[in-house]
Design a binder for this molecule. Structure first.
Ligand code: ADP
Ligand code: GLC
Length: 487
């Protein structure tokens, strides 16, 4: 199969969240399974042009009333593979440090044009470089315009005859909703500005258009695929999702166990695995030392690594923490994100407690050391399309405490003391009280039922959520999409 993956971010070139992990790893696994894959993403400021080779000529991208915008394609490779990455080079749109926003978090005012450009440039690049995709796989609102283009301006283009499209929803809250004048830039015709396709509350909604036009759709976990049919999780698009329920699947992300393996992880001061857990105690002591907590083996460390945004339930955590910190536990939090959250965490941190440590920033090494050195991990997300950290926690022997939504529900089994089953601790209604009680249950288990806790840890460590498994599910989805397009 020829597969064109189009995304706004991909590791290791640009990352703001789990989308980058998926876009940077899935293509390699697909290639290993024998398919021809190209990744298309912007060349942001941080990607060094000198390491890339120009391919093809100047790339002309029709942008409606703005006129044709000219860019170029620079080719690189996904590290550790032969998978070509086609970086769309356009200094004015993409020569910036952050993919979506200024340093203070405000979105760039031209994000509409930037990502419409990316979506169309990907298709024009495929034509210019004569890569005839069987399937175009796009991710989230940033690239959702590509399926719209395939069904409209390229509908009769012989080059894309038989090309199917798949849209993956990593997060339905971000929709790419803009002033209706964007229709004139898209250039697909105002007839498509209707309530089934692109119009949403009198604005253009790119994700909605993508959901309508993609041959098939998937969300990044089976539970999230069900949840987004409801108003609570659909953020206004639940109707569109329901209309296309027959075309919607749930495919859990895999994790990269080469990067997240406590037996060999280079970020750790000591290594461990099932059957040889001594190294975990060393990781715990070193973590306590690193973040300035009293070095004690006889107290449970509760860890958390996250983007500090409303989605992640930070406000609920901060409401529960004062009481939790009154117990004999230690909490270590690493995160970066919205200012209100930074401020609230700093307020809590300056209240003279010795058992709360936090770091505000992005630190991959510390993220690994928190996973390894903690006894428990907490993830009170309001919604979680898939979530990666709870899966890392399982592998690192750090049972996760999770709100049972989306991928958290699908990857963590609730602890059952009577039957000796489960891999973590779940609660069903998000509130400070429920979170506190569940942390209490986990902490109690840690203190009072040492053998049961060790067995729980071991069950979690034996779980595997591999990319190989997920990639095969994507291949079935692609095949299905292609069959539908080709009748
Ligand atoms: P999301 O994509 O919604 O942020 P995921 O759980 O899918 O959630 O992915 C988050 C990824 O980002 C994980 O790999 C996690 O370790 C990483 N991460 C998030 N915040 C930080 C941080 N402050 N420092 C280091 N890594 C972080
Ligand atoms: C989004 C979701 C997260 C998911 C990631 C990768 O960022 O918030 O739950 O794991 O995408 O699919």
């Amino acid at each position: 199969m020829k597969i064109l993956v189009v995304a706004a971010e991909a590791v290791p070139f640009a990352k703001t969240g789990g989308l980058a992990d998926v876009a940077g790893v899935l293509p390699k696994v697909l290639a290993d399974l024998g398919h021809e894959v190209r990744v298309v993403m912007p060349r942001y400021w941080g990607v060094d042009r000198r390491a890339l080779a120009p391919v093809g000529g100047p790339l002309g991208v029709p942008m409606g009333i703005i006129g044709t915008q000219w860019g170029a394609v620079l080719e690189g490779r996904l590290p550790g593979s032969d998978v070509p990455v086609w970086f769309i080079d356009h200094e004015q749109y993409f020569g910036r440090k952050h993919p979506y926003n200024e340093a203070d978090g405000t979105g760039y005012p031209d994000n509409d044009n930037r990502f419409v450009f990316l979506s169309r440039a990907a298709l024009e690049a495929a034509k210019m470089l004569d890569f005839r995709p069987d399937v175009v796989h796009v991710h989230d609102w940033h690239t959702a315009a590509a399926p719209i283009f395939l069904n409209t301006v390229y509908a009769h283009d012989p080059f894309f005859a038989g090309t199917a499209s798949v849209l993956t929803i990593h997060n339905l809250q971000y929709q790419g909703q803009f002033f209706s004048g964007l229709m004139d830039v898209l250039g697909v015709g105002w007839a498509h500005f209707n309530h089934l396709e692109l119009a949403h509350h009198d604005q253009v909604n790119l994700l909605k258009g993508g959901l309508y036009h993609a041959t098939l759709i998937n969300a990044v976990s089976p539970t999230y695929a069900r949840e987004i049919r409801t108003p609570e999780f659909g953020y206004g698009l639940e109707g569109v999702v329901r209309d296309r329920a027959w075309a919607l699947r749930g495919i859990l992300n895999g994790v990269d166990y080469e990067d997240w393996n406590p037996a060999v992880d280079p970020h750790l001061p000591a290594h461990f695995d099932v059957g040889r857990m001594d190294g975990k105690a060393v990781c715990k002591a070193e973590l306590q030392f690193e973040v300035g907590l009293p070095v004690r083996a006889d107290v449970p460390v509760i860890g958390m690594v996250t983007r500090l945004v409303h989605q992640k339930g930070i406000d609920v955590l901060l409401d529960a923490l004062p009481e939790v910190l009154g117990w004999d536990v230690q909490v270590v939090l690493l995160g970066s994100g919205e200012r209100w959250a930074h401020e609230a965490i700093e307020r809590l941190g300056t209240q003279g407690r010795r058992n709360f440590a936090y770091r505000l920033g992005y630190d991959d090494g510390l993220a690994h050391r928190i996973e390894a050195g903690s006894d428990l991990y907490v993830m009170p997300s309001r919604f979680e399309p898939c979530g990666l950290n709870q899966i890392y926690s399982l592998r690192y022997g750090t049972p996760p405490i999770v709100h049972a939504v989306g991928g958290l529900h699908d990857t963590v089994d609730n602890y059952d003391a009577a039957h000796g089953t489960g891999t973590g601790f779940k609660f069903h209604h998000l509130s400070p009280g429920a979170l506190r009680d569940t942390i209490g249950w986990a902490v109690h288990t840690w203190f009072e039922r040492k053998a049961d806790f060790a067995a729980l840890v071991e069950r979690g460590m034996r779980q595997r959520f591999t990319w190989d498994h997920s990639a095969r599910a994507y291949l079935r989805l692609y095949e299905d999409a292609i069959r539908r397009v080709r009748g």
